[in-house]
Design a protein around this ligand. Structure first.
Ligand SMILES: Nc1nc2c(ncn2[C@@H]2O[C@H](COP(=O)(O)OP(=O)(O)OP(=O)(O)O)[C@@H](O)[C@H]2O)c(=O)[nH]1
Ligand SMILES: [Mg+2]
Length: 247
């Protein structure tokens, strides 16, 4: 599927569950998809289908988007390591252009993960999530965490069928990221600011970041944390658990 904004193509997106033999490939002829509206309408229809399926199966799906290297995978690793028996089952769809690194990292924490490689594509779309969910086969009542391709632009445009959107940045990204990339930050319900352990070494003014976030998105929740040291992770776990289904 061609991205109507940057022109990237995800027609060769590839799914794999590291360590599991079966592979499926997504192919889509992008010839007639140059019109941005048609593209997004087609995506929205599939996203609606995904959302219905998730609801029928009482699955909560979180779309985690953010800058490359913000610590998305590290946050997911910490989430798996900190989950006790009171947690719902969890599984991960990992989006990256190349490599199975992130799915392997989740598996090393004892989690189920399917890697979606987008090739030249810069975002996940609803079709990839549909295929990814088929491959992942999450248990009814589970929590599915989607790590989108590290990018603050195109992922914001593509509804995956998720129920919740989280935007993630790190203090090392600089305080002006929400102003520069407003769509992603305006369209999420939670912003995670990671790597606060590094703040003493930087000249980053997080007050500015938070003020611009509130201007863009007055109802947004903001969590400052360190996936490395564990500071602030309890609030993240609480946020996740209040959104998960409890049978
Ligand atoms: N100091 C510090 N480093 C962190 C923290 N979280 C992640 N990192 C480091 O940041 C780097 C990137 O972390 P990842 O978890 O791979 O980031 P990501 O957002 O998943 O990256 P992509 O999937 O490539 O977009 C790694 O070297 C992590 O060890 C943190 O809270 N503090
Ligand atoms: Mg990652």
């Amino acid at each position: 599927m061609m991205c109507g904004h940057c022109g990237c193509s995800s027609e060769k997106a590839r799914l794999s569950e590291p360590g599991v033999e079966a592979h499926s490939h997504l192919h889509q002829d992008g010839d007639s998809l140059h019109l941005q509206q048609a593209l997004l309408a087609g995506n929205d229809e599939l996203a609606l289908h995904n959302r219905q399926w998730l609801t029928e199966n009482r699955i909560t799906c979180i779309n985690l988007m953010g800058t490359p290297g913000a610590g998305k995978t590290q946050l997911l690793e910490a989430t798996f390591k900190g989950a006790d028996t009171g947690w719902p089952p969890m599984a991960v769809l990992e989006g990256d252009q190349q490599t199975q690194n992130d799915a392997r990292r989740i598996q090393a924490c004892g989690g189920r993960a399917v890697q979606i490689n987008t090739g030249t594509g810069c975002h996940l779309d609803a079709q990839m999530i549909q295929a990814g969910l088929t491959s992942l086969a999450p248990l009814p009542g589970s929590l599915v965490l989607v790590e989108n391709v590290g990018n603050l632009v195109c992922p914001a445009l593509f509804d995956l069928g998720e129920q919740h959107r989280v935007a993630m940045m790190a203090v090392t990204d600089g305080e002006d990221k929400p102003e520069k990339y407003p769509h992603l930050f305006a369209g999420c319900e939670l912003v995670v600011i990671n790597k606060i352990d590094l703040q003493p070494y930087l000249n980053v003014d997080l007050k500015k970041t938070k003020a611009s976030l509130r201007r863009l998105n007055p109802r947004v929740e903001i969590l400052e944390l360190s996936a490395n040291t564990g500071e602030g992770l309890d609030a993240w776990r609480d946020w996740l658990l209040t959104r998960a289904h409890h049978d």
